[in-house]
Ligand binder design. Structure first.
Ligand SMILES: Nc1nc2c(c(=O)[nH]1)N[C@H]1C(S)=C(S)[C@@H](COP(=O)(O)OP(=O)(O)OC[C@H]3O[C@@H](n4cnc5c(N)ncnc54)[C@H](O)[C@@H]3O)O[C@H]1N2
Ligand code: MOO
Length: 397
């Protein structure tokens, strides 16, 4: 049995980001830039007005009512073609290029306009209401570094810098396969008492889709070696195969055998954690295989700790072992056993003085408890009795 830290190293830290692909800008949120992004243009491309008003040579202004000759107009997208001289003004709108010669914009609220002239008492202030060329970014400047996590804020910048596609790391293809004679698909109408819904497949699919993976659920297969081998074959081409169940020592736990006979090289089996002990990890060609334990909470905890960071790592987002935040306990905890314990807990109390209330029932079959909780308290192997009020690590989910 290996430690959680060692398991994380073997699964996540040894994995390299996937190859790159060009993706259309509006679909790039959540991806990671595979090369620096260099501006193809300067923004703004020229000195521009920040207000609607009149462009003027500041030396024409006195601070006392002064009448200036109106000689033309500069609007966003249609610049004034000649220069603004002494005693002259050019009507200008926000985003219009400041004409040659002018170095100040007077807002229209401070002017009285006639057909051919404008009078203002504003004094000289060179640069007032002018956005200088390149104040946002300049051509050839790196505007986004390699490794940047793309989000809507960076999509706007990339578009301004002249891009409609970005070079990013590929999103991993994840296949999910569940096993168990008792499993039926979600949505079945009538249930036999021995049946259980394959609830973990959609749950983990959602977790990893949220992280950006392209997930395919391969459904559920009975505890039958031949059927399992055939199902595993369907994962060919996936970057990650996640199996659920059949990972333990029961007579019908065939998953490891099926994976091995389909070519999986086992890296390890069993981690000193609770829940989640019988986790399998191996590689099958280019496919990383995570064999999650069947108990639904065990599978979910393993997916949070290992599968989601693996997806992050493949997408180019370096993913450290989740360690969480430190919060005080609302109740005493008994001494821990030899495995790292991930205890389901709720956040209680007012914002600013939140405490962690561990669920009374920690059985790894309880999906209702999982859904009512806010995250996991992390307990080191053999941690002593821990009193209410003690700060402990907490992984929100
Ligand atoms: N003698 C021992 N028995 C068990 C050990 C052990 O060390 N010695 N380990 C226990 C631990 S810890 C776990 S966790 C489970 C995991 O076993 P498996 O991976 O073989 O899981 P299954 O037997 O297939 O299923 C366990 C349980 O979970 C339900 N299940 C399975 N798949 C799903 C799914 N996709 N969605 C919802 N629920 C699922 C299944 O019906 C079972 O009730 O082994 C212990 N036993
Ligand atoms: O580890 Mo099992 O995952 O304790 O329920």
């Amino acid at each position: 049995m290996i430690s959680v830290e060692d398991a994380f190293k073997r699964i996540v830290e040894t994995t390299k980001p996937l190859t790159t692909e060009k993706i259309v800008l509006e679909k790039a949120s959540g991806r990671v830039l595979a090369a620096p992004l260099t501006a193809r243009r300067t923004q703004p491309g020229a000195d521009m007005s920040a207000m609607d008003g009149y462009a003027v040579k500041s030396s024409s202004l006195t601070g006392k009512p002064t009448t200036l000759k109106l000689i033309g107009e500069s609007a966003a997208g249609s610049p004034f073609p000649s220069a603004c001289g002494d005693g002259e003004v050019v009507r200008i709108f926000t985003g219009g290029i400041v004409p040659e010669g002018a170095d100040q914009v007077v807002v229209q609220e401070d002017c009285t306009a006639e057909a051919d002239s404008v009078t203002t008492a504003i004094g000289p202030e060179a640069g007032r209401h002018i956005r200088l060329a390149g104040i946002d970014f300049a051509v050839k400047q790196i505007v986004l570094d390699q490794g940047t996590y793309i989000s809507p804020k960076s999509i706007g910048l990339a578009a301004s810098a002249g891009y409609d596609h970005l070079m990013v790391h590929r999103a991993p293809k994840v296949a999910i396969l569940a096993t168990g004679d008792e499993l039926v698909p979600p949505g079945k109408k009538d249930f036999e008492p021995f049946e259980t819904v394959n609830s973990t497949a959609p749950q983990i699919s959602a977790l990893l889709s949220d992280a950006g993976a392209e997930v395919t659920i391969l459904g559920q297969t009975g505890d039958d070696l031949k059927a399992l081998k055939a199902a595993v074959k369907k994962a060919a081409g996936a970057d990650v195969l996640i199996t659920i169940g059949g990972a333990s020592v029961g007579d019908k736990d065939f998953m490891q055998q099926a994976l091995a006979s389909e070519g999986m090289a086992l890296d390890f089996w069993k981690v000193a954690m609770r829940p989640g002990k019988p986790l399998i990890f191996g590689t099958m060609g280019q496919t990383k295989v995570l064999g999650l334990p069947g108990n639904p909470v065990s599978a979910f905890v393993c997916a949070l700790l290992f599968a989601r960071p693996l997806v992050d790592q493949m997408m180019g987002r370096p993913a450290p072992l989740p360690t969480g935040v430190s919060l005080p306990l609302a109740a005493d905890l008994a001494e821990n056993g030899p495995r790292q314990h991930y205890m389901r807990a709720r956040l209680v109390g007012e914002p600013g003085s939140r405490h962690l209330d561990p669920a009374v029932a920690q059985d790894s079959s309880l999906v209702s408890v999982l859904a009512q909780c806010d995250g996991l308290i992390v307990r080191e192997p053999n941690a002593p009795v821990t009193k209410a009020g003690t700060m402990v690590p907490f992984l929100p989910f």
